[in-house]
Design a protein around this ligand. Structure first.
Ligand code: AMP
Length: 361
């Protein structure tokens, strides 16, 4: 089975590392000639939306998937006539646009923060009158890791906020008073069979995920699974999907979903019977899904902006290191470390040891 992957970043790399033992081979498309998944398969270098390169990928691959969701929906719709592209163009398109995404959530009964579409400063002023302040202005497209969003605190700051998003089509969102951030990662096969991983509890700093901990048996599990099931069924989804949630006093509120493997599920590599990467490949290739249950309690810490000495990370008992092979830059995710509660490892102690290192936590 030859798997074509649009995007050759760390998610594509970890997908390939999971798929190679299953006899799969990989062809990636990425604009960067040094994209980090290139070590695990063949890399076609060029724009994500180059029609000729997408066609080449379609000819070479038995199935196409993504590690990056900002490929134009139309390019994928067109390709889907030639080769299976999974998840679907629709799932991709909905996830690219915060307005479409939150509108769909509400249509299928998934609660969200109050939101309103914003196309002008006048829209922003009227929306603030309804939603109130503080509120968050987010561009509809191309926002990630806290980029493309600005917190609005007072009426006087509205014009500056609108300038900060460069007048791009946006949404205004109420601030959700959450107790914790969770994500539910699910996988749905071509035949509709669905499995769920234990919830992840996520800690962000400056809009970037820093820590994700597995939470088997969490009290919010059933509610989260019910919500993500609605989305999977509505989209007739195939593959791994992550739904990011706020846990509030009045229940779960959805923030956004990713139609792909997700950073908050990296702990599944060492912590679950079958990793999210392997299960995504199993799903899109039409293979039986693997067991999603957790085998240990696990905490994953992202390495962001700078990489500590390898020896310092590996000297923490129970640490499993994943360096992506990317050049370190401020705010860039360049690797992660996972610690498991196995062989007498004290998770809190291990996490504290890692948090003391630069780039972690
Ligand atoms: P996003 O880019 O939408 O994933 O947001 C990144 C992070 O900003 C989230 O994980 C939250 O920590 C925070 N955030 C985003 N939207 C809201 C909201 N409506 N209320 C409170 N915090 C938010």
């Amino acid at each position: 089975m030859i798997v074509g992957v649009i995007g050759a970043g760390q998610l594509a790399k970890m997908m390939a590392l999971a798929g190679l033992p299953l006899g799969m081979t990989f062809v990636f498309l990425d604009p960067a000639s040094n994209a980090c998944a290139g070590v695990a398969g063949e890399l076609i270098t060029g724009a994500y939306d180059d029609p000729a390169l997408l066609r080449e990928l379609a000819v070479r691959a038995d199935v196409i998937t993504f590690d990056f969701e900002n490929v134009p929906e139309d390019s994928i719709s067109a390709l889907s006539d030639r080769v299976a592209c999974l998840p679907s163009a629709r799932a991709l398109g909905v996830s690219q646009d915060r307005l479409r995404e939150k509108t769909l959530f509400n249509e299928i009964g998934i609660p969200t923060a109050k939101f309103a579409p914003i196309d002008s400063l006048a829209d922003l002023e009227s929306a603030v009158a309804v939603i109130g302040l503080p509120a968050i202005l987010k561009t509809r497209r191309l926002g990630y890791d806290g980029k493309g969003q600005v917190m609005l605190l007072c009426e006087e700051g509205l014009a500056a906020g609108w300038e900060a998003v460069s007048g791009a089509p946006s949404i205004l969102e109420a601030v959700v008073p959450f107790r914790r951030e969770l994500s539910v990662i699910a996988v749905r096969g071509r035949d509709g069979e669905t499995r769920f991983y234990p919830l992840s509890e996520n800690t962000h700093r400056d809009g970037i995920l820093r820590i994700a901990a597995s939470r088997p048996g969490d009290q919010a599990t059933d509610e989260a699974r019910e919500l993500v099931s609605r989305l999977l069924d509505e989209l007739d989804y195939v593959g791994v999907l992550a739904l990011e949630l706020f846990d509030t006093e009045s229940g779960l509120v959805a923030n956004e979903f990713a139609p792909r493997v997700h950073n908050s599920g990296h702990w599944t590599i060492e912590g679950a019977q079958t990793s999210q990467f392997e299960n995504h490949l199993r799903a899109v290739c039409g293979l039986p899904l693997g067991d999603t249950s957790a085998v240990w309690d696990v905490v994953m810490l992202n390495i962001v902006g700078e990489v500590p000495e390898t020896a310092a990370m590996l000297s923490v008992p129970g640490a499993h290191l994943h360096l992506y092979g990317k050049e370190a830059r401020p705010s860039r995710k360049v690797g992660h470390v996972t610690v498991r509660s196995v062989d007498g490892v004290e998770l809190d102690t291990a996490v504290r040891g890692l948090l003391a290192l630069p780039g972690l936590g």
